[in-house]
Structures are given as C-alpha cells and as structure tokens.
Design a protein around this ligand. Structure first.
Ligand code: ATP
Length: 360
C-alpha cells in the first residue's frame, strides 16, 4: 500500500517543510536535492524522530502521524552506519528481532539469511571495529531488514564510501530492494545514484517537492528551471511563445529575435514567457552553417575533454549553449579551437518548454 504524506508541515525558526508525497508499494523513491533542502528532515518526519506540526502520514494503510518511532514498522540505514559497537555482527542484526521478542530459532535463521542476502556469510562473530566501511554498511542494511519492516529508509547510505564501492553497493541495495519488493525511501544528493537506483525521483527545493516523476521524465521533461538545472548538463534559453499550432508545434522568439521551433505542448499560448530547455547531449556543433532548423551562430568559448565525450560551450549572442559530442570526434570538431566562429543547432523534438515566471 506504500506511504502517503498529506499536507505535512514542520516549521523551524529559519526553515520549513511542506510536503505532499506518495511512495508506491514496493517501489524505491529517491529524495534528491541540494544540501539543506530538507531531505533528512523529511526522512526524520517519516521515521518519527521529528513530529510534524500538521498533516498526516499513512504507512501501508495505517495512520502513524503521532506514533513513536519504534512502533512505526520502519527500518533505517544511516550514512555513518550507527551500528552498536558493543555487539558483534550477529548481535546487531538480531537486535530488532529481540526487541520484537522473536524466538531463538527464528533469530538464528534470520541472522543466517540476512548475512547471506548482504553477502557476509560467516561474519556473525566478527566485531564491528574489525569491519571495513562497506562491510559495516552491509551489516547496517541487514540489521534494518531483519525485522521485516513495512518500509526501508536510507539516508545517504553510501556517502562515506569511496567511488567504486559506492557503485557496487548501490547495485546491491537495488537488487535486495527489488528481491524483497520493499517500499523504500532513499536520500542522496548524488545525481547519478538517484537516476540509476530509483523507480521514482523527488526533486526537493527549500522544503518542498519541486517535481516527482520517473528518472527519464525528470531528466527529459523537467517541470521547473530548478529541476532542469539540478539534474545533468542543461541548456535553458529565455524566449517568448509567438505561435502555437497543435499540428506543427510551438514557435518561440529569443531575445535577439531568432525563432526556435519546439514540439506542441499543451498549456502554452502566444505571449507566454518560456525557458527553451534541451540537454547538452542533444545539441550539435558545426563550423559552418547547415540548412537545419534551430541553428544559432556563436563563438566557441570552451572545449573540454571528458574521456567519453567533449563538452563545447558556445556564446550565441550573450546566451551560453553547451553541446556534448561523443567520441570519436569528427575531424572537423577535433580542429575547433576557442575563439572560432561556430554554429550550434538542436532538433525540435529535443526541445522542451518550461514556464518562465518573468518576461524578457
Ligand atoms: P544535507 O544534504 O546537507 O544533509 P538536507 O537536504 O538533508 O541537507 P536537512 O538536514 O533536512 O537538509 O536540513 C534542512 C534545513 O532544516 C536546514 O536549514 C537545517 O538547518 C534545518 N533544520 C533541520 N533540523 C532542524 C532543527 N531541529 N531545528 C532547526 N532547524 C533545523
């Protein structure tokens, strides 16, 4: 049945959270946003560490808004593991089950099963301080899972680990979450982690949900300028809608009167201020003008090598446009140097329009 937060609010002196959020049953939903946007506070509201001022929290059909944390049927994994140092690995994993007064046999079996699930068979007698960071986080995961909670909450669980371990452990977490079909809320500020691990993604900004959708939806169709800029390299150009035709699409005028063609999106009309959005991987760079639509002349500002691709930045009449070209580069692109006159273009189907609040 999942988790539903309705009009949940919490006011601190200098910050407040206001949330409507639905986490579907068996899905992994990630809260993503910049530092201080309220991700951890949201997780603490769900877990009961922080009590909201108003609103309701329903977990798997049960109202838990005012319930104590230990009565919420929740498993939590923290960034710093927070394992009990005086207990060994088996003692940590069995902790929740003992609190639930599970029988000895059930506990022994659960410890064996969860050690196997996190690939730590034979580690039961080890002390916590004999474990590596990655192993500690696996134990923390097994400890959270052993009481079979109705929801798993993970607060930046990989931030303390090095890059390659982060990648392998995030795949492990996803594998286990899918295997157990466990409703999960995952907090991170790492975009790649969020895109790869999630069924659905919540972009948070200043204590509110900026956008909630699948990773491809948010990547390709950001609802706001903030969501567009937060995820991946993006281009946002100020424009104004000049014509809307359901069949042929939308035309928008830029500051310098260049016309850009975009597909039809409902809800826009002539005169509307918009951001014309496209990912940098979607724009093409040329040293000569080609007869393609949405071509802007400019001067190459920057050329950066990234291994798999090169990033170009072009100044088009005061608007900087980024274009990524995958390797190997064409001989023409290899020759390009900053300062040169170039042309950058984007096909209309790659353009997406975002409402802009102020006029040019
Ligand atoms: P980070 O990625 O840096 O952990 P975050 O998105 O998880 O950030 P939170 O830790 O939820 O952000 O904090 C959001 C804001 O709420 C911050 O400005 C923080 O100072 C404020 N805040 C959190 N808890 C309290 C509290 N108990 N009293 C007052 N302010 C608080």
């Amino acid at each position: 049945m999942g988790l539903i937060l309705t009009k949940v609010s919490k006011v601190f002196k200098e910050f407040n959270v206001q949330l409507n959020l639905e986490v579907k049953d068996g899905e992994l939903t990630t809260l993503l946003g910049p530092s201080g946007c309220g991700k951890t506070t949201t997780l603490q509201i769900i877990s009961g560490i922080i009590k909201p001022d108003s609103g309701s929290i329903i977990l798997n059909g049960n109202e838990i808004t005012g319930a104590d944390p230990w009565k919420r049927d929740i498993g939590i994994v923290f960034q710093d593991y927070a394992l009990f140092p005086h207990l060994n690995v088996a003692g940590n994993i069995s902790y929740g089950l003992k609190r639930k007064r599970a029988g000895k046999e059930k506990i022994t079996e659960a410890v064996r099963n969860y050690l196997k699930l996190v690939h730590l068979e034979g580690y039961g007698d080890r002390t916590i301080d004999s474990l590596s960071g990655g192993e500690k986080q696996r134990v923390a995961l097994a400890r959270a899972l052993a009481p079979e909670p109705g929801i798993l909450l993970l607060d930046e669980p990989l931030s303390a680990l090095d890059a390659s371990l982060r990648k392998s452990l995030r795949r492990e977490i996803r594998r286990i979450q899918q295997q157990l079909k466990l409703t999960t809320v995952y907090v991170t500020h790492d975009q790649e982690e969020a895109l790869t691990i999630s069924d659905s993604l919540v972009i948070m900004n200043q204590g509110r949900v900026e956008q909630h959708g699948t990773p491809p939806d948010i990547f390709n169709k950001p609802a706001t300028k903030f969501a567009a800029e937060f995820l991946g390299h993006s281009n946002l150009i100020e424009g104004e809608v000049t014509a809307v035709e359901e069949n042929s699409g939308i035309k928008a005028r830029l500051k310098d009167n260049t016309e850009i063609n975009a597909p039809y999106f409902p809800g826009f009309k002539a005169g509307d201020p918009v951001w014309i959005f496209f990912r940098s991987g979607r724009s093409e760079l040329c040293s000569h003008r080609e007869d393609t639509e949405n071509t802007l002349p400019g001067r190459l500002l920057l050329k950066e090598y990234y291994g798999t691709h090169t990033l170009f930045e072009v100044d088009t009449n005061g608007t900087i446009i980024k274009a990524e070209s995958r390797h190997p580069l064409s001989p023409e692109k290899k020759e390009l140097t900053p300062g040169q006159e170039v042309f950058v273009s984007v096909r209309r189907e790659y353009c997406y329009l975002i409402e802009r609040l102020s006029r040019i």
